[in-house]
Each structure stands twice: as structure tokens, then as C-alpha cells.
Design a protein around this ligand. Structure first.
Ligand code: ATP
Ligand code: MG
Length: 426
């Protein structure tokens, strides 16, 4: 026997039973996005590497070490590690955001070369939203309200907390960066204990703020505060956002150390975090990126958006909402045996699919006696079995059998079947 081939490390299969929960979560996402009037876009998984270098930023974890990149026909290509850069590229290229507002969303696989663990994979899935052309904090607020509504639908609202911050404009961050670096230069001994942070002192000092190193965190509690550097416009923007959230009853914690990993953010940044998943606690992150469109060569347009990780959301739903009712994979299972029953069963199943398009109707195709067929019917999880034997075909009747309940099996004319099924499956 030849050796079996395994999936790539950190890239998972989704089983026929797991996809039921995935589909349910995706449906809640689609319905929520649609209920705010947002439109779906689809863009390629492969993009020019330069898009992410310029769009995400050279000094980010993603570009420094996480991208799946290869060369084809002398062109460097990258499997998208996130959705915003590709969305902006597509929006510019197709003129979707030229002098107009857009509220867009996407869903799909992303790829990052990270150490696989619970909630962290090399192929994972994000759903994200991007609003273009609206400078006002109302857009930021709407995104947060939308996510809160989704958490409610998923039954995880009580298990996620909103962290909120403003990181101001570019000048603010330049000034703050200088102050932070000057402060950290007096604590090089502690900084040395955390090589990633030490390296970031020159490449991306703000990222040091979300180090997991406790000693360094203690030092950072005494560091200069970002909000002491905020420009009046960013301050007003943030205050208005907080005001709307207060008015709408959305609780949040202002976390001045929250800067997010990507270079393109300005003003608002936020994360929804949970303590129920261990180390991988961020289920959704986003913020404002008013400079990104111009930076990628487009006609300047403000942007604000977020992305959420579907694997982490699904783990959280499984953890805290185990009672979610998923659709049964099969509702009605049709068994048949005897002369002339094959055609009758095919006819009946197609007629039922016309009349009851919401029901999942499975036809037994693999022969055998009724005993074997009923075993299959039970295994399918169907609520009802329909039985066609020679006498039923001859008399234009059908047997209806309840596979779960106590109800007696009955024989009825085929002409009454649709009404019978409608009342039983309601
Ligand atoms: P983390 O700090 O956990 O690495 P991140 O800041 O890199 O997250 P983002 O780039 O903001 O994550 O992506 C948005 C969301 O996508 C995250 O909040 C998370 O839910 C999900 N996500 C990111 N990377 C992964 C991954 N490797 N596997 C599974 N989900 C991921
Ligand atoms: Mg990451």
C-alpha cells in the first residue's frame, strides 16, 4: 500500500458535521452584515507581494515573518494574510470608492506562517467589513454596534469585552514614538529580557506596548501615555465615538496600550477579546485607516474596518453556547424495495423537493432489504422515513414512519403526503 498524504501543518479539514456549525455561524454573519446594508465583495487569494509590503507595512509581524510567498514567472506572489489590503486594491482598481461612500464586506481564507496552536492556524478564515469615504466617528460606532449585534446572535455577547483606543494621526505617533523610545532607553535591562521588543525598539516601538512579558509590562505602566499626545481632531473624534457607544449602551474599556499589529491604522483601534479561549483571546480587531487608500495609489478616501477570526468565534460558540440548534443534515429518508419501486421512489423524491424546497430529502440508492435500509435511515438523522413497496406503488400510497417519536406508522394516499409532511415537519 502506498503512503497516505497528509494535509499541510496548520491547515485543517472541516468535517461534514463541523460544517453545520460553520454554515450556521456564516449565516448569522451574512444576515447581520446585510441588515446594515453592506455589500459583499470577492477578491483573489493571491496578490502581488508588494501589496502587503506597502499596505500592511514592512515592520509588522505579518510582513516580517508570516507570509506565504513564492515566485512565479519572476513575479513575487503572496497568499493573502489579511483582507483589507486586497479589498482596498480591488476598490481602487475598479473605481468602487472614487468619490463615493462604500460599505463592503468579505469572507474567506487567509494564510499566515505561524506556530499552529489552539485558535492559531496557518490557513484560517476571516470575515471583515470596510467602510470607505466616511470620516465621521459615526462609521466607527456603527461597526462596533454591528459586531455587538452579531455576538448577540451567536450567543457569545456575555463572553467578549470591547477594548478601545485612539492612536491619533501620524504626527501624534511620531512624537509619541520618540517619547516612548526615550523612556525605554532607560530600561534597556528589562527590554533585553524580551528579544522581540528589543528588536522593535528600532523597527516598530509602539508594538512593544502589547508585549506579553510581565516585567516589561510593569515598566510600561509608567511610560508616557499616548493620549497625552493626541491632537484635538483625534480627541474630538474619539470623544464622539465614546459618546455614541455610551448612548447605545455598549460597554468598553479604554486601553491606551492597544495599538494593533498593522501599520495602516490611525485614530480609532479596537479589539473584542475573550478570556474563554486561553492565549488566543482576540476574536475581532479593527480600526480606522484614513491614509491607506492614498498610500496604495488611490484617490484619497477615509477607511474604517475590522476583521474577525472564524475559527476563534466557532471555538467560542462551542465553549459557551453548546445548545445552538443546528439544522438536521437530513429531514426525510426514502426507502423502497420491489418491482417498479425505483422509478416510483425517484418520482416521489423529486416531487417532494419541488413542493418542500426547504426540506432535506435523501433517497436510499444502495439497495438491500428494508432492514438494512432502515438502519441507514436511522443513521442519517432524518426525522421521518417514507416507505414504498410494491403494494404502495400499486395503490398509490406511501408509508410514513416517525424515526424518533412514538407515533404509529401510517399508510396514506400519496396525494395527501405533502400536507401530512408539512404538518409533521412544521
Ligand atoms: P494575534 O494577536 O492573535 O496574532 P492579529 O493581531 O495578528 O492577532 P489580526 O491581523 O487583527 O490578528 O486579524 C484579525 C483576527 O483574525 C484576529 O483577531 C483573530 O481572531 C484572527 N486571526 C489572526 N491570525 C490568526 C491565525 N493565525 N489563526 C486563526 N485566527 C487568526
Ligand atoms: Mg498575529
Amino acid at each position: 500500500m502506498s503512503k497516505t498524504i497528509q494535509a499541510i501543518r496548520g491547515m485543517n479539514d472541516c468535517s461534514p458535521t463541523e460544517t453545520l456549525l460553520w454554515q450556521w455561524v456564516e449565516t448569522q454573519i451574512r444576515q447581520t452584515f446585510a441588515s446594515y446594508g453592506y455589500a459583499e465583495i470577492r477578491s483573489p487569494i493571491l496578490e502581488a507581494t508588494a501589496l502587503f509590503e506597502r499596505g500592511v507595512g514592512e515592520a509588522t509581524d505579518i510582513v516580517e515573518k508570516e507570509m506565504f510567498t513564492f515566485v512565479r514567472d519572476e513575479e513575487s506572489l503572496t497568499m493573502r494574510p489579511e483582507g483589507t489590503a486586497g479589498c482596498v486594491r480591488a476598490a481602487i482598481q475598479n473605481g468602487w470608492i472614487y468619490n463615493q461612500e462604500q460599505r463592503l464586506w468579505y469572507i474567506g481564507p487567509m494564510f499566515r506562517y505561524e506556530r499552529p496552536q489552539k485558535g492559531r492556524y496557518r490557513q484560517f478564515h476571516q470575515a471583515g467589513v470596510e467602510i470607505f469615504g466616511i470620516a465621521n466617528p459615526e462609521a466607527d460606532a456603527e461597526l462596533i454596534l454591528l459586531t455587538a449585534r452579531l455576538w448577540e446572535k451567536l450567543g457569545i455577547r456575555q463572553h467578549v469585552k470591547l477594548q478601545l483606543n485612539s492612536i491619533g494621526g501620524l504626527e501624534v505617533r511620531t512624537q509619541y514614538r520618540q517619547a516612548l523610545v526615550a523612556f525605554l532607553q532607560n530600561h534597556l535591562d528589562v527590554l533585553k529580557q524580551d528579544p522581540d521588543s528589543e528588536r522593535r525598539l528600532t523597527t516598530n516601538p509602539l508594538r512593544i506596548l502589547d508585549t506579553k512579558n510581565q516585567a516589561l509590562q510593569n515598566v510600561l505602566n509608567h511610560a508616557p501615555k499616548l493620549h497625552d499626545f493626541l491632537d484635538p481632531e483625534s480627541k474630538a473624534h474619539f470623544e464622539k465615538l465614546c459618546q455614541i457607544l455610551d448612548q447605545m449602551g455598549i460597554e468598553y474599556e479604554i486601553n491606551q496600550k492597544l495599538v494593533r499589529g498593522l501599520d495602516y491604522y490611525n485614530k480609532t483601534v479596537f479589539e473584542w477579546v475573550t478570556t474563554a479561549l486561553g492565549a488566543q483571546g482576540t476574536v475581532c480587531g479593527g480600526g480606522r485607516y484614513d491614509g491607506l487608500v492614498a498610500q496604495l495609489g488611490g484617490h484619497a478616501s477615509e477607511g474604517v474596518g475590522f476583521a474577525m477570526g472564524l475559527e476563534r468565534l466557532i471555538l467560542l460558540v462551542q465553549e459557551v453556547n453548546p445548545n445552538v440548534t443546528l439544522p438536521r443534515p437530513v429531514d426525510i429518508y426514502i426507502v423502497y424495495s420491489g418491482e417498479g419501486t425505483t422509478e416510483a421512489a425517484f418520482q416521489l423524491s423529486e416531487t417532494l423537493r419541488n413542493a418542500l424546497p426547504q426540506q432535506r430529502i435523501m433517497l436510499h440508492c444502495s439497495g438491500g432489504n428494508f432492514k438494512k435500509q432502515f438502519k441507514r435511515a436511522d443513521k442519517s438523522g432524518a426525522k421521518l422515513a417514507l416507505v414504498l413497496g410494491e403494494s404502495e406503488v400499486e395503490n398509490q400510497t406511501v408509508v410514513v414512519k416517525d424515526l424518533f417519536g412514538e407515533a404509529e406508522q401510517i399508510t396514506i394516499p400519496q396525494s395527501e403526503l405533502i400536507n401530512e409532511l408539512q404538518s409533521r415537519l412544521a
